[in-house]
Design a protein around this ligand. Structure first.
Ligand code: FES
Length: 126
């Protein structure tokens, strides 16, 4: 029995977590941020941008929920403009994943807040 499944993670969330989808970094990212959530877990995001996001990667020191959320977020934002990305919230990440345990909803928020910080920093450079 898969412990993640019995805990409430969807098959997609488990697949993303187990395959480490979009985990990594990019050389000379156009936008980058590190954010630590109230739970103490930290996410780092790396974005390559040319009109739209062409490459999104992340790293995390965190739980399975943070990894599933980071993977989902990077999948969702590839090919999107920063304006579209700024409209995303944790519910979009949770909808993309399908299901996460209730106590892991904040992990999706960690991914969103890390993205928003990267977008803010990118706009300051312009
Ligand atoms: Fe902190 Fe999941 S428990 S991000």
């Amino acid at each position: 029995m898969n412990l993640l499944k019995t805990s409430g993670y969807s098959d997609r969330a488990i697949e993303y977590y187990e395959n480490h989808l979009n985990v990594g970094s990019t050389e000379k990212p156009d936008a980058h941020s590190i954010f630590t959530g109230p739970c103490g877990d930290t996410m780092e995001i790396f974005l390559k941008i040319s009109d739209v996001i062409t490459n999104a990667k992340f790293q995390a020191i965190g739980c399975a929920g943070s990894f599933a959320s980071g993977s989902a977020l990077c999948e969702m934002i590839n090919g999107k403009t920063l304006m579209d990305c700024a409209k995303l919230d944790e519910n979009d990440v949770l909808n993309h994943l399908g299901a996460m345990p209730q106590q892991k909803v904040h992990c999706a928020k960690l991914a969103i807040l890390t993205l928003k910080k990267a977008i803010e920093q990118y706009k300051k450079q312009e």
